[in-house]
Design a protein around this ligand. Structure first.
Ligand code: BYC
Length: 307
């Protein structure tokens, strides 16, 4: 059987492509693009919440937030590992991030202004991430799908801790409730834009669906997230910042307003001071960590020589 036929048969049978299987160049390159972008998002995503670790309102909150931010570093690790199985080096991927030749998620180009933003990130951003990532556990590329299983388990703890912060604030003083509402107002639209451009504008949708990399389109996932989140906002007693939001009996889904796609594109392109700051902070963390990489390398060489 020809390599291409074997690949097509595996995809048609909804089985998995593994690292040492033959795969078309385009399949490999779209995966490198997506999984690297995903890995970059995990480590850049440590910044908005990491900035709040020293300012967490109690020791308990500080411990929980530290654990959550460390989890994101771990997700980066699994995902860089998964990308490396496609024949690229992690050091090169980091260079591509630092030189802005590869992207990270638009969502991390927004600032976390108050403690309530930490709650909103956990509730909405991790909530959107789970909605997107649970189907990715069934991705046709084995190493990526398997990495997603553990990531999703941890994301579900993250989502709950965010919701719990929002609930505490929403049940607190008028000022705390206003903080929670402000954070929802800031993070709602960026969260629903995280799912990517509308299906009519999506470049990779059709092919990546056919290859079993994506299982649902951007708009399908966005709708699932909206439907899941509205009852949670009602429970919190908060108001969604979308006047067009209403239940559509006929569709069995919520209708919602049009996001600001121009703002989304600006965030994807990384225009403005916030994206520049994200890359600056990342590069300086990388430079500060050079001695750790050198020490690990020296240690590995010592053991190799001994063996
Ligand atoms: N931001 O054809 P499309 C987390 C780009 S981190 C930036 O629909 P596709 C967390 C897209 O790359 C979780 N760019 O693409 C961490 C493409 O550009 P190019 C992050 C975006 O791949 C810390 C163009 O737009 N999750 O949860 O079929 C703390 C056209 O798009 C975005 C992932 O990375 C965006 N939002 O679908 C807290 C999920 N959206 O390269 C939380 C993995 C689109 O052609 N990725 N673009 O120039 C995916 O599932 C898919 O890649 C996407 C896009 C759904 C995002």
């Amino acid at each position: 059987m020809e390599a291409q036929d074997r690949f097509d048969a595996i995809i048609a049978a909804d089985e998995r492509i593994e690292a040492d299987d033959w795969m078309p160049d385009d399949y490999r390159s779209t995966l490198i693009r997506q999984v690297a972008q995903h890995a970059h998002s995990e480590i850049i995503g440590m910044q908005p919440e990491g900035e709040w670790i020293p300012r967490a309102p109690s020791l308990r909150r500080k411990a929980i937030l530290t654990a959550k931010v460390q989890d994101e570093a771990g997700h980066g690790l699994y995902l860089y590992g998964a990308t490396e199985t496609l024949g690229v080096e992690r050091a090169d991927l980091l260079d591509l991030l630092h030189s802005r030749k590869q992207k990270y998620s638009s969502i991390f180009n927004y600032p976390a202004l108050t403690w309530a933003d930490v709650g909103a990130i956990g509730w909405l951003v991790d909530g959107a991430a789970i909605t997107n990532q649970v189907p990715l556990c069934r991705c046709s590329y084995g190493p990526y799908g398997r990495a997603m299983v553990r990531v999703c388990k941890e994301e579900s703890f993250h989502q709950r801790q965010g919701f719990q912060i929002m609930l505490t604030l929403a049940e607190g003083t008028d000022e705390q409730k206003a903080m929670a509402q402000g954070a929802l107002d800031r993070w709602w639209w960026p969260s629903i834009m995280m799912f990517g451009p509308p299906d009519t504008e999506s470049v990779h949708n059709a092919r990546n669906m056919a290859w079993g990399i994506k299982r649902y389109t951007n708009d399908e996932l966005r709708q699932n997230f909206v439907d899941m989140t509205i009852p949670q906002a009602e429970l919190l007693g908060l108001t969604m910042p979308d006047p067009d939001l209403r239940w559509n009996e006929e569709r069995g889904h919520y209708d919602y307003g049009e996001p600001d796609w121009e703002e989304f594109m600006q965030m994807v392109r990384g225009e403005g001071e916030m994206p520049a700051q994200r890359i600056r902070v990342r590069k300086s963390a990388h430079d500060d960590g050079a001695w750790v990489r050198e020490a690990a390398e020296a240690y590995a060489q010592k053991h190799e020589a001994a063996a």
